[in-house]
Design a protein around this ligand. Structure first.
Ligand SMILES: *Cc1c(COP(=O)(O)O)cnc(C)c1O
Length: 433
């Protein structure tokens, strides 16, 4: 049964906001069923809703909260920044400090620019890439998400078609004509594409680790091949590290795979839970950005002092001690306990994980490396699991395609609650046959 007050508020919200939510997956309705929980407060690994229920949070606001909710260092930084003023429309020192931190841990980022979201970061990076190459064509991969800019709301065509169609109404055909879509993990298709279109390609963009259609880690050789083909054909190699930046480690996926992207998009963790994005890269690219160069890009609230303070506190706290080995260990342990619980309940499941990312895929067999391999039945089973987990105090991301995020606040107590709740939830799924 849905919570009383949450359901009431949601019913009211639907009259004011499409789906009652500010971003579609939060609505629960299509992906998992039920109605969203209204959150009253969140602390460490827990979310508390307006009906007085507490949940171990494995959604983590979809990525930014690597320190968990309301980390004291972040809250203090935000409070102090807010007291100094909410927006200056002028540069300030936290912005500079965060820029220094990001540049210091990303060898391929010589300079950067702050924006307000991951969407803006990728959109601006691709604008720069097009200016840098003097070309228009973009390449993206089916199974990667890069925000909701028009040029990237393109889905794969059927079969061997390279140029897809818009995945959203309201995107002009002219826009999608300039974006090619290829499957992940397919070196042959990639090679053929570059033979045919490499000379007109402005940029290829890929997620550091595809984690928006489930967790689809690519083989290192695929990532390196893409980088090399871009280089050989004079196209920009753009790495979307909005999730992986400071998640896979201080140097993100670039460091993990030994890549040297021309441009990088960041977001999520570098804002510590406030709206932030950043794009940066090679000096010859960033020198094109206004006011130094001809690529226009601006933002009233870009480099906002509260957001910069939250991002700075998050990144500094994260880098003070090496949390990454612990995070990876905690996540691997959670994955193996969930795998075991699922198999004891008799539910087919794979629980792939990487760093502090984890994915619960409710189907038989090896986890996929490309999109399009999730069965309809596993989506339905995930809907059941999601509801059953909620009733047992575990907040999973509300879609079979979203990954779980583990934070430094997920202590053994929270993990035990999560495993107990999900063990019961797997049994409930099994009882539905
Ligand atoms: C979340 C995300 C984005 C978009 O960021 P927003 O802040 O939601 O606009 C872009 N790329 C990737 C890989 C993401 O996960």
């Amino acid at each position: 049964m849905d919570s009383l007050r949450s359901a009431e508020l949601h019913a009211k919200a639907v009259g004011l906001i499409p789906g009652g939510v500010s971003s579609p997956v939060r609505a629960f309705v299509i992906a998992v069923g039920g109605t969203p929980r209204y959150i009253a407060e969140a602390r460490g690994p827990y979310l508390n809703d307006v009906d007085g229920r507490s949940y171990v949070d494995l959604c983590g606001s979809f990525g930014p909260l690597i320190l968990g909710h309301a980390h004291p260092a972040v809250v203090d930084a935000v409070r102090e920044a807010a007291a100094r003023g909410t927006s200056f429309g002028a540069p300030h020192e936290d912005e500079l400090a965060l820029a220094e931190r990001v540049v210091a841990s990303h060898p391929s980022v010589e300079r950067l620019r702050f924006v307000n979201s991951g969407t803006e970061a990728v959109m601006a990076a691709l604008r720069v890439a097009r200016a840098w190459t003097g070309r228009d064509l973009l390449l993206k991969f089916d199974g990667c998400y890069h925000g909701h800019a028009d040029a990237l709301l393109v889905k794969a065509g059927s079969g061997l078609a390279t140029f897809g169609s818009s995945s959203s109404a309201g995107v002009p055909a002219g826009t999608t004509r300039d974006t090619a879509v290829l499957p992940l993990d397919d070196e042959d298709r990639l090679g053929t594409f570059f033979e045919e279109h490499g000379e007109s390609l402005a940029a290829a963009v890929i997620e550091g680790v595809p984690a928006n259609y489930g967790l689809l880690p690519q083989r290192p050789r695929f990532m390196k091949l893409l980088e090399r083909l871009c280089r050989d054909h004079g196209a920009a190699f753009v790495l979307d590290e909005v999730i992986t930046g400071f998640r896979l480690g201080p140097g993100g996926a670039a460091a993990h795979y030994g890549l040297n992207p021309d441009l990088v998009a960041l977001g999520k963790i570098i804002g510590g839970g406030l709206p932030v994005g950043a794009y940066g890269g090679r000096e010859s690219c960033m020198a094109l950005v206004s006011p130094e160069g001809p690529v226009y890009q601006a933002g009233t609230l870009s480099g906002n002092p509260i957001a910069m303070a939250a991002g700075r506190a998050t990144v500094e706290t994260l880098l003070e001690t090496d949390h990454y080995a612990d995070l990876e260990r905690t996540t691997a342990r959670l994955a193996s306990r969930l795998q075991e619980a699922a198999s004891e309940a008799g539910v087919d499941a794979a629980v792939p994980h990487m760093a502090s990312l984890l994915w619960i895929l409710l189907q038989e067999g090896e986890p996929p490396r490309a999109n399009g391999q999730i069965q309809k039945a596993s989506e339905q089973r995930f809907g059941l699991l999601h509801g059953a987990a909620l009733r047992r105090g575990v907040y999973l991301p509300p879609s079979a395609y979203e990954v779980e995020f583990v934070s430094t606040a997920h202590d053994s107590e929270a993990m035990d609650v999560a495993v107990d709740g999900l063990t019961g939830a797997f049994q409930e799924v099994a009882s539905h046959g």
